[in-house]
Design a protein around this ligand. Structure first.
Ligand SMILES: [Zn+2]
Length: 173
């Protein structure tokens, strides 16, 4: 069951969301104040996005503060993590909040593959981006697929980012 609230009187209304198709608009009449209101069931894309957001975090990209952005940690989850400058309607599922124009909106991709013994393998490739993806100072060629290790330093545009394995935050940095 799902609980929603009347936008007028805040009365709680329960309904069985599994009975309705994704993306469908439902009309409710509030039993408290008779207000009619609509809600839209989450569509498949947003349901998929939510499932993705709930996927386990295997590592983080720690993006250092510079003139364009604050320090931030981008969680890296199983599958393809598309890293890029956050814009409205972004195709990046691991976006960086920055105003740095030299970071493409889909700058590079970090593929996370969980390993049988625990942990995960992190594989980096370029977006392709206009300004290039650099690992330890070397630019990646278009076809390069490079395995990342704890503490590896990436340069994306003017940004410096460090790979940290594991889900826990390391605020001491
Ligand atoms: Zn109401």
């Amino acid at each position: 069951m799902k609980r929603i609230r009347c936008p007028k009187c805040d009365e709680a209304i329960l309904f069985d969301e599994t009975q309705y198709e994704p993306g469908r608009v439902l009309v409710f009449t509030c039993p408290g104040c008779n207000k009619k209101f609509r809600i839209r069931m989450p569509d498949k894309a947003s349901a998929a996005r939510r499932a993705e957001e709930e996927a386990e975090v295997y590592g983080r990209l720690v993006v250092l503060e510079n003139a364009f952005q604050f320090r931030q940690e981008i969680p890296l989850r199983e599958g393809e993590n598309v890293v890029g400058r956050l814009v409205k309607g972004t195709a990046a599922n691991a976006p960086i909040k920055t105003v740095d124009p030299s970071i493409d909106t889909t700058h590079c991709i970090i593929s996370v593959k969980p390993q049988p013994g625990g942990g995960a393998k992190f594989i980096l490739r370029d977006g392709p981006s206009n300004t290039g993806t650099f690992l330890r100072g070397d630019i990646l060629a278009d076809k390069d697929r490079v395995v990342l290790h704890e503490g590896d330093i990436l340069n994306l545009g003017a940004a410096t980012a460090i790979l940290r394995e594991g889900a826990a935050s390391d605020e001491e940095e």
